[in-house]
Design a protein around this ligand. Sequence first.
Ligand code: GLN
Ligand code: ZN
Length: 748
Amino acid sequence: MMTIQTSNLGFPRLGRKREWKKTIENYWSGQISQKELTEQLEALHKENLLLQKHAHLDSVPVGDFSLYDHILDTSLLFNIIPERFQDRDVDVDLLFDIARGNKEHVASALIKWFNTNYHYIVPEWDNVEPKVNDNILLERFNFAKSLNVPAHPVIVGPVTFVKLSKGGNQSFEEKVETLLPLYKEVLQSLVDAGASYIQIDEPVLVTDESQSFETITKKAYDYFEEAGLSQYLVIQTYFERVDLKFLNTLPAKGYGLDFVHDHGHNLQLIQDGHLDKDKALYAGIIDGRNVWAADIEAKKELIETLQSYTDELVIQPSSSLLHVPVSLDDESLDESIAEGLSFATEKLAELNALKRYFNENDDTAYNELKERYHRFQNQAFKNVSYDFDSVRTSRQSDFSVRKEAQNNRLHLPDLPTTTIGSFPQSREVRKYRADWKNNRISDEAYREFLEHEISRWIDIQEDIGLDVFVHGEFERNDMVEFFGEKLQGFLVTKFGWVQSYGSRAVKPPIIYGDVKWTEPLTVEETVYAQSLTDKPVKGMLTGPVTILNWSFERVDIPRETVQDQIALAINEEVLALEKAGIAIIQVDEPALREGLPLRSEFHETYLQQAVHSFKLATSSVADETQIHTHMCYSQFGQIIHAIHDLDADVISIETSRSHGDLIKDFEDVTYDLGIGLGVYDIHSPRIPTEDEITTAINRGLKQIDRSLFWVNPDCGLKTRKEDEVVAALTTLVSAVTKLREDKDAQVS
Ligand code: GLN
Ligand code: ZN
C-alpha cells in the first residue's frame, strides 16, 4: 500500500492568546524597541513551527508567518512599493506605514481575501521598480531549517499576486511577465537552500474569471519549467473547485486542491480522469475554515478513493488555518461540545491520526476520533421545532401604504438625519464592559454606567439636532458576538480569535445547535433611550445573513436552515421592540455582499435565501413600524435587485469613499424605497466640511427622489473619538438645515 504524507498550508499568526497582536501593538505604541519586536515575533514564529513539527507534519509551511499580511510581504519582496512611500528604505517601519498610513500618507487599501473575513493589503503598481529586495522568505526558510523543522516555503503565485493588485500602466500580462524573473530568482534561492517543494498559491484559479487568464498562467508556469523549477512547484488552490483539465497542463510537481469547499467537483474531475497519475496530489481534506471535528471515517474513505488516482498523495487542510483559532486547550468548554470541535492544532492531530491509520496500521487515534465524532452527532442539539410557515415573509402592505402610515406616526422632516448605530467605544466603555464580564463590578454598577452613557449621548444627539436617535450600542463588543452570547444554540469562546486584518482579530461565535430566542436582547437599552427623548430612537439589530456569515456555522443541517432559524430569533426581537413602542428598527446586513459565493452559478440561490431570511426577520411588523437596514461599502451592482427585494423601508449605505460611484448602481434600477446615503467617511479622523456634505447630498439628490432621501454617516461611529463625532454630525445637521431652508425659500 502506498504511504501518505501530511502537510499544512498556513498556521494562524495570532498565537494562542493573541501574543502576536499584543507584540505588534506594543511596538506601534513605542513600548518595545524594534529589536524587541523582532525577538518576540521570532519566538512566536518558532513556537508555531515547533508546534506543527510536534504534530508530526511531514512538511510545515514557512512564509505564512508575517508582520502584518503575507501579500504585503510579497509586495515588499518584489519592491512593489506605493509611489508615495518610494523614497523610504524597505524595512519594518515602511511595512507598517504602508499598512496603516502615517501622518503624511494614506494607507494602502485593504480588501477581503476571496470569500473570507481576512483582509490583505492591495499591492500598488504606480511607477514601481520591481526587483528582489531582502529575501525574507529565504531567511524564514533557513530559520525553520536551523530548528530542524521539515519545512516548505509558501509564496503567493504571480497570477494571483497581479490579479489582486492595482495601478500602473502595464497590462495584467505585462505585470506578470515583469515578475517572472524575480520569482525565478527567489524560487531558485529556496531550491538552493534545500526546499524539497514550494507551495505556490494561486487561488484566483478557482474563480469564474480564471478562464480569461489561462494564456498568461500557462506562460508563467512554462517559464518556471524552462528555468528548471517546475519539479519543485506545487500549485495550490483553495476555497472552490478548479478547472483541473487546465491545471493539469501546467508543469509542476503537483497540485493542491480543496476537497471541502468545492461542492464535490474536484473529486468528480479527478474521477473523470483529469489528473495525471504521476502528479502529486495535495489533497485538502480537513476543513481549514470551520471549527468542526472531521467526520474521520468519511475522510478515510476519501483518501482511499484518491489513492487510486495518484502515485503521491499528501493530505492537508483545505486552506491555510489562518481562518480558524489556534487551539482548544485554553477553552473551558463543556466536554460534550468540546469533542465536536477542532481548531488549528486539533486539525493537525486529525491529519496525523489518518496518516497513522494508513501508514502504520495504527487505528488508536483514528478510532478515538471516530467515536468522539459520533458521540457529538448524537447529542440533542437539534431540539427546537420551528414553524417557519407561521411567520410572515412579506409586509402587510406595499411600501407606498407603509410610507404614509409611517409619515403619520413619525412626522419626520425633509431630508431626515440619523446615524448608523454605534457611538464611540471609548476606553471607559470598554473598561466597564470588561470589568463587568470578569465580575469585577456588579450588574447594577454596569447597568448604571450604561444608562449614564446612553443618556449622555441622547443629550448630545438632542444638542446636535439629529432627527432619529440611537442608543449607541455601548453594551456590545461586536455586532455578532453580542447576539451569539444571548441566543440559544451559539457558543462564545474565550480565545477563539481569528485575524481579520493587521492586528485586528474577531472572535466568531460558534453555532452548534438549534438557534432560539429566549428573552429580549436589546429592548431594555432601547426603551431606556426612548424614555429620555421625544425623538424616535431606532432599535438596532444584526440581521440573519450577517450573523451567519460572521459565525462558525454548523454543517450538519443546510446553511439556509440555520439562517432561517436565526431569522426567526431576530423576528422575535423585532416584535419585542415593536411591542415596547419602538417605531423604527434597523436590521444591519453588512455581510450580505461578501457572503456571495465565489462561483456565480451559486449567486442567485444565495441571494434568494438571503432575501428570504431577511424578510422572515423583518416582515411581521405593522405598516407604521419602519424597518431600516444598513450595508457598508460593497459593489452593489450585481446584487442591487436583491437589495431592493429586501423591501426595507430605508437602507443606509456607504458612498463617500467611492465618491458617489455606488449611486450609479442605483441609477440602473428604479430604486423606489427609502435610502440614506453616507455623506462622510467615518474611517478617517478628518472632520468633513459643510461644503463636502452638501455636495454629497446634492449628488445623491440627482438620482434619488428627495422624499426617499435620508442623510447619515457611512457607518457606525464606534471607532471615532467623541469630539470628532460631535463636530462631524454638527456639520452634517448644519448642511441639511441650509438645504431645507433653500427648499422652503424656493417653495414660497
Ligand atoms: N450598527 C452597527 C454600528 O453602527 C453597524 C456596523 C457595520 O455596519 N459594520 O456599529
Ligand atoms: Zn457599516
